[in-house]
Design a protein around this ligand. Structure first.
Ligand SMILES: Nc1nc2c(ncn2[C@@H]2O[C@H](COP(=O)(O)OP(=O)(O)OP(=O)(O)O)[C@@H](O)[C@H]2O)c(=O)[nH]1
Ligand SMILES: [Mg+2]
Length: 503
């Protein structure tokens, strides 16, 4: 997702690494990379030109802040390269924002009418929004107002069933405006407080489509009219948004299929060109893949700094905080069983595909492409084949037990002993990290302290999270250093235990 955009900023950042000041020359070089990737990602030409000019003006304007306050309120110096990234970040946010992703209410109900061309994801978004509203304990009605495509009604009914939301359908021969008007009455009579109208799409913006939509809008008076565009439309999204905005009063845009397209440049330009803000992003086919749009989050993802705020929000949705703290406490005391591991794995899975989660972590986007979702399933199956006693104390798993577990989970015995080995290593490491008193685990992970503050500190350099400069070599060296330190720690923990036994 958005790889094309990210690559330009990444190159720019690497170019500026180590420079002592921002000059005409090095800024021009860096901006060349940025410009090329913006254009390749299908960002509108005029928007690119403006953006580059603004960043250039600020980067060379002599006003670049090289002293910024970090999350702890201390003033720290940042490098010219970091200052450049900070200017880019602020300008990206400016370009896409400000955004209010909340949906308005009218006459007591949150009503949403979805419009857009064929196949962009309207029906999917209708279900996603209904699901989103339902999670906020709202009583939602979905309305099938697409009589164009024979299977459209059935599609919405199936989606509605999967999220347990009723779907209003018209009788034979009913026209979409009449169906929607009847649904509006039903909302009032039956005490619904949210309604989502799913309308038909056409291959191109045509007069019949526009008239039908205008009539539906007139008869339902939706509090929110949202245009759905997909990332694959590229620059066309901007033209389409313009055409719809001429006939309907659009409150916002939903950009779908950001997971399927590496360019996604329309997400950057559409607000600047049409004035219509993006309100939601669709990042997958399933009903839970909807994100309220935050320009800051997208900007940091584009700049390769991840989206920690978004990640925390995903996390909060699926995690019981008090339990998580208790778990962490036990984990750090080394009292951690296979059941806990299973719980953790399931929590992670609830947050969505592993690839997406890693993509939101600073500097992890390249790792995200390599993860094997199947691996989690295998581990789950093996843990499930263990007895409660084995889960609590995996040490008891000997060869014959491993063989039994392997049989039960369709793996081989070595997979099981490997898992147990890795698990014990992890537990030991956690115990040695947590045992030292003061601060605990989190404060010892480089950069975590700073992330714990209010959002990302200004001038935050994601490569610091990995312990060093942006280049791969340095990162590898750092990783090796970290591994050897961890090994030392494990060794000293082992020695300490041995001493303890001797006593
Ligand atoms: N990868 C991905 N696929 C999506 C997303 N949103 C929708 N889709 C897929 O896109 C296809 C079309 O989605 P629909 O919701 O039927 O689109 P529509 O706009 O209602 O289509 P019409 O009613 O025919 O105009 C389906 O296969 C969806 O699963 C998304 O965010 N990511
Ligand atoms: Mg549809």
């Amino acid at each position: 997702m958005l790889e094309t955009l990210s690559s330009g900023f990444k190159n720019a950042r690497e170019r500026l690494q180590g420079v002592r000041e921002l000059t005409e020359d090095n800024v021009a070089d860096a901006l060349k990379d940025v410009r090329a990737s913006l254009l390749e990602a299908d960002v509108d030409f005029g928007v690119v030109k403006d953006f580059i000019a603004r960043v250039k003006g600020r980067a060379l304007g002599g006003k670049v802040e090289t002293r910024v306050k970090n999350a702890q309120g201390q003033t720290v110096r940042i490098t010219p390269g970091q200052a450049f990234v900070k200017v880019c970040e602020e300008e990206l946010v400016e370009l896409m924002g400000p955004v209010d992703p909340s949906l308005s209410r009218k006459q007591g109900a949150t009503s949403v009418m979805l419009v857009g061309l064929q196949g962009v994801g309207k029906t999917t978004v209708a279900a996603k929004l209904a699901n989103h509203l339902k999670r906020e304990s709202r009583k939602v009605l979905l309305v099938a107002a697409d009589t164009q495509r024979p299977a459209a009604v059935l599609q919405l009914q199936q989606l509605g069933e999967s999220i347990d939301v009723p779907v209003h359908v018209g009788g034979p021969g009913d026209e979409p405006p009449a169906i929607c008007a009847a649904a509006r009455e039903r909302v009032q009579n039956e005490g619904f407080d949210a309604v989502v109208y799913d309308t038909a799409g056409r291959l191109a913006v045509d007069e019949t489509l526009m008239e039908e939509l205008a009539e539906i809008a007139a008869r339902t008076e939706p509090a929110n009219t949202l245009l759905v565009c997909d990332a694959l439309m590229g620059r066309d999204a901007v033209n389409v948004a313009g055409a719809f905005a001429e006939r309907l009063s659009l409150d916002g845009l939903v950009m779908t299929k950001l997971d399927g397209d590496s360019r996604g440049g329309a997400a950057l330009a559409v607000k600047a060109v049409t004035g219509v803000p993006i309100k939601f992003l669709g990042t997958g086919e399933t009903v839970d893949r909807l994100e309220p749009f935050r320009p800051e989050g997208l900007a940091s993802r584009i700049l390769g700094m991840g989206d920690v705020v978004g990640l925390v929000r995903d996390f909060e949705q699926v995690v019981d905080e008090k339990k998580a703290e208790e778990d962490a406490e036990r984990l750090l005391q080394g009292q951690f069983g296979m059941d806990d591991l299973l719980t953790q794995l399931r929590t992670i899975q609830k947050m969505g595909p592993l690839k997406d989660i890693l993509g939101k972590l600073p500097g992890m986007d390249s790792v995200a492409d390599q993860v094997d979702e199947g691996e989690i399933k295998k581990v789950e199956a093996m843990i499930q084949s263990m007895t409660p006693g084995e889960r609590k104390q995996p040490e008891v798993i000997d060869k014959s037990r491993a063989t039994r577990i392997a049989k039960g989970s369709g793996r081989n015995a070595k997979d099981v002993t490997d898992l147990v080995g890795r698990f014990r290593q992890m537990r030991e490491m956690m115990a040695s990290l947590g045992g030292g008193g003061g601060g605990g685990l989190m404060s010892r992970i480089p950069g975590m302290n700073r992330l714990a503050g209010a959002g990302m500190p200004a001038g935050f350099d994601p490569s610091e999270m990995l312990g060093g400069g942006g280049d791969r070599k340095a990162r590898r060296a750092n990783a090796a250093r970290a591994r050897s330190q961890a090994k030392k720690k494990r060794k000293s923990a082992k020695n300490a235990r041995r001493k303890g036994r001797k006593k």
